[in-house]
Structure formats: structure tokens, C-alpha cells
Write a protein that binds this ligand. Structure first.
Ligand SMILES: *Cc1c(COP(=O)(O)O)cnc(C)c1O
Length: 228
């Protein structure tokens, strides 16, 4: 294996960030638009969790990296229903469950494939027309239906603050997600129990952790600007 030129920088960055994280926080390295060799370099630096936003792009990289057998793949981008089958086949985690309809389809496919993917419900704590996600105000009515989807292990909330959010809005979003998780758990559903908060990206992960994030999704801060 030849090491990519970015390896030394990546491993220093990764080490510095990892040392700053509480042990309860999982770092998901976001490698969308980045080549398989970057994933290899991150793997060599100790990263095992990888986040991709597109199903097809991830499948191509997974094929290239088939020799790395202990990776955990996270789908973090919007998922169209017609790609649900591939998503269940190729990802351990789906962070972007943003509608009941999608969840029902995933549940049906997971039954057919005898899988039990780990899922986060993507929620919007403040209005944001540019993002997918279930409005927090609409979620409570849907919870009994999500609770019935027992072939999915729905165990997280995922949220993305609006672009350019103020410090106050960041706090409102991250604290809001933590409060929402607690509220869901108090209702004592049979299956639905939230023990993961997927929140925090390069620009705001410290705030997210302060509010209880358990999974942070970092791209730029690890790998530099993405190719466009
Ligand atoms: C691209 C992306 C990230 C990573 O963003 P950075 O700012 O580069 O850390 C995290 N989460 C989601 C959902 C993304 O699409």
C-alpha cells in the first residue's frame, strides 16, 4: 500500500481531534467527494467510522476498499425511496431517515434482507426550508408509527443547524435535540429508545458535544476543503 500524500497531516489532525473528544463520542469521518485512497489514509490513522452522502458513490468506494473489513459505514445524506434497498445493503447506519414513508420502506426491505440497520430520525428543531428532516413539532404524532418498525433499530436523532446559524440558534438546535430525545424516552415506547445524538460538523462540533452529541460528522476539519 502506498501512503497518500495527505497521511501525515491527516493523522496529526485526527489525533489532535480524537484527544479532545470525550470517550463517549464517535467520530464519523465524512468522505463524500473524496477518493478511496483518502479513506485508506484515514483508516491507517485509526478511523473506522465513515460517512457518505450518496449511496452510489459509497458503493463504488466500498468495492475498492473491500479488504478493509472492519469499517462502519454511515449514510448521512438524503435518501430517495428508490435507493432504500441499496442503502440497507450497504450501510450499517442510516442517519437521514427523514419521513415516515421512507422509514416504512426501509423497514420492509430490512425484513426482506433480514437486516436490522441502525437509524437516526433526521429532525428540524428550527424551520429550514433548505433541509430535509421531520419538523420537531410534527414528530410526536408520528412516534407510535415509528415504534412499530421493529426491523429498524431506531436509536438516534440527527440534526443539522441552518447554514450560518448564530451561536444562539446553534444552542437552540443542539439543546432542542437533546430535550426531544429525553421527551421521546419518557414516553416509554416498546422499541423506540434514543441513545444517540448525531449532531456537530466541522464548524460546530464542540457546541454539539457540549449539548450531548454522541456522534459527530467531520469532513473539512479532517481532510481540508472538499473538491467540488
Ligand atoms: C458534508 C456533511 C458533513 C461534514 O461537513 P463538514 O463541515 O465538512 O465537517 C456532516 N454532515 C452532513 C449531513 C454532511 O452532508
Amino acid at each position: 500500500m502506498t501512503s497518500a500524500p495527505s497521511t501525515p497531516r491527516l493523522s496529526e489532525q485526527f489525533e489532535a481531534i480524537r484527544q479532545s473528544l470525550p470517550p463517549t463520542v464517535t467520530l464519523v469521518a465524512v468522505t463524500k467527494f473524496l477518493p478511496g485512497e483518502t479513506i485508506r489514509a484515514a483508516y491507517a490513522a485509526g478511523v473506522r467510522h465513515f460517512g457518505e452522502s450518496r449511496v452510489q458513490e459509497a458503493i463504488a468506494k466500498q468495492a475498492e476498499l473491500a479488504d478493509l473489513t472492519d469499517l462502519t459505514w454511515h449514510l448521512i445524506g438524503h435518501l430517495q425511496t428508490n435507493k432504500a434497498r441499496k442503502a440497507v445493503e450497504h450501510f450499517h447506519w442510516i442517519h437521514s431517515v427523514d419521513s415516515l414513508k421512507l422509514a416504512q420502506r426501509l423497514n420492509q426491505i430490512a425484513q426482506e434482507l433480514d437486516r436490522r440497520p441502525q437509524c437516526c430520525l433526521q429532525v428540524k428543531l428550527v424551520p429550514d426550508p433548505s433541509k430535509h428532516g421531520i419538523d420537531a413539532s410534527e414528530l410526536s404524532d408520528l412516534l407510535p408509527q415509528f415504534d412499530q418498525l421493529t426491523q429498524l433499530h431506531i436509536r438516534g436523532l440527527m440534526t443539522i443547524p441552518p447554514q450560518g446559524a448564530s451561536a444562539d440558534t446553534l444552542q437552540a438546535v443542539f439543546k432542542g435535540a437533546a430535550t426531544l430525545a429525553a421527551t421521546i424516552n419518557q414516553q416509554g415506547f416498546n422499541h423506540l429508545h434514543i441513545d444517540q445524538l448525531s449532531m456537530g460538523m466541522s464548524g460546530d462540533y464542540m457546541d454539539a458535544i457540549a449539548c450531548g452529541a454522541t456522534m459527530i460528522r467531520l469532513g473539512t476539519v479532517l481532510f481540508g476543503p472538499r473538491p467540488t
